[in-house]
Write a protein that binds this ligand. Structure first.
Ligand SMILES: Cc1ncc(C[n+]2csc(CCOP(=O)(O)OP(=O)(O)O)c2C)c(N)n1
Ligand SMILES: [Mg+2]
Length: 337
């Protein structure tokens, strides 16, 4: 993977194809994961980022491999860009011993310190102070590195989000907050969550650079993120990016989302980020029908291989489930005041 410099370079033809391929990979992996869930072959529920592929792929693509990354449950694209493989993903979904959590957890709870990837934290926005802490450590050590984290629109109302944003802005921490405004927080619509016309105002309120972008346009997300990363790398502090999109599925695969008006889904279907980008790239001569088919075929084979690999991998033996979970206690239990 190439290391991006401080100068904002336009995306090359290769970059465009990389972005497209990762978006297709994310969509197809999630479709297969949902199918496996319905066949009772996964452990735990499956949460997808359907319709939000442009956000996680586009934003993460602006980072260098040694930048910190703390994604959430809809950010499979960020994991893929960081080099997490379909085999790793399906081992995790299927609770195998060789997965990131060794079969103790499911979903996108995939972290790897060697890849500077922090596993998502289920308590929403607990990732924000963690990412801010990563940024603070880069700042203290004088490293030109950046941390990026993600949050949903609903999550912007939590206490740790406000604390993280405020601390980052006050200390000019090199961190990028990517807010996927998919207009729903479970079954609660945006207008019942906050009183802002633009969620980007969350960042403005704390005095940091804030921008609203079309979250269904991968290149718009990439350029906003790349600008934010350059700003952070050069000591100019954090950025809050509001990427406007729509959650095109239930909250998780068990949620039929009957509360979302059909007209809203239909309207956003026309803005499908994958379909729109494919049309643009074809019009620009960067993609052809043959290339589309080839990408789909390669990804299908990759996924078939990953599912087979996961199924052939051992489950965690139940007598090993607590290994490494508890530290041995060497102190005294007679606490003195
Ligand atoms: C602190 C906390 N409160 C509540 C939950 C339960 N919960 C999980 S996802 C979710 C909805 C979050 O909505 P949003 O932040 O908009 O993200 P989205 O799911 O739309 O991507 C809720 C309420 C949680 N995980 N953590
Ligand atoms: Mg939301």
């Amino acid at each position: 993977m190439k290391t991006k410099t401080s100068i904002l370079e336009p995306l090359s033809a290769v970059d465009n194809l990389n972005l497209y391929t990762q978006m297709v990979r994310m969509r197809r992996i999630e479709e297969r994961a949902e199918q496996l869930f319905r066949e009772n072959r996964t452990v735990g529920r499956v949460y997808t980022g359907r319709g939000q592929e442009a956000i996680s792929v586009g934003a993460a693509y602006a980072l260098n491999p040694d930048d910190g990354l703390a994604p959430l449950y809809r950010e499979m694209g960020a994991h893929l860009v960081r080099g997490v493989t379909p085999r790793e993903i399906f081992c995790q979904y299927m609770g195998r011993k060789n997965s990131a959590t060794q079969g103790r957890d499911s979903g996108l709870h995939i972290g790897d310190p060697h890849r500077h990837l922090v596993s998502m934290i289920s308590s929403l926005t607990a990732s924000l102070p963690v990412a801010v802490g990563m940024g603070l450590s880069y700042q203290i050590r004088g490293q030109q590195r950046v941390a990026m984290t993600f949050l949903g629109d609903g999550a912007t109302s939590t206490g740790s989000a406000h604390e993280g944003l405020n601390f980052a802005a006050t200390r000019k921490i090199p961190v990028v907050f990517v807010c996927s405004n998919n207009q729903w927080s479970l079954s609660t619509p945006s207008h019942q969550q906050h009183g802002l016309a633009r969620l980007a105002g969350r960042g403005t309120g704390y005095g940091m650079a804030s921008v609203q972008v079309d979250g269904n346009d991968v290149r718009a997300v990439y350029y906003a993120a790349a600008e934010a990363v350059v700003r952070a790398r050069h000591g100019k502090g954090p950025t809050f990016i509001e990427a406007v999109t729509m959650r095109m599925a239930g909250h998780s695969v068990t949620d039929p989302a009957v509360y979302i008006p059909k007209t809203m889904t239909q309207q956003w279907q026309e803005k499908d980020p994958l379909h729109c980008f494919q049309t643009q790239l074809c019009a620009e001569g960067l993609l052809t029908a043959e290339k589309i088919e080839q990408i789909e075929l390669e990804i299908r084979e990759e996924i078939d291989d990953a599912v087979r690999f996961a199924e052939e991998s051992p489950l965690m033996p139940t007598d090993e489930l607590t290994t490494g979970v508890f530290a041995e206690f060497h102190g005294s239990t007679n606490a003195k005041n």
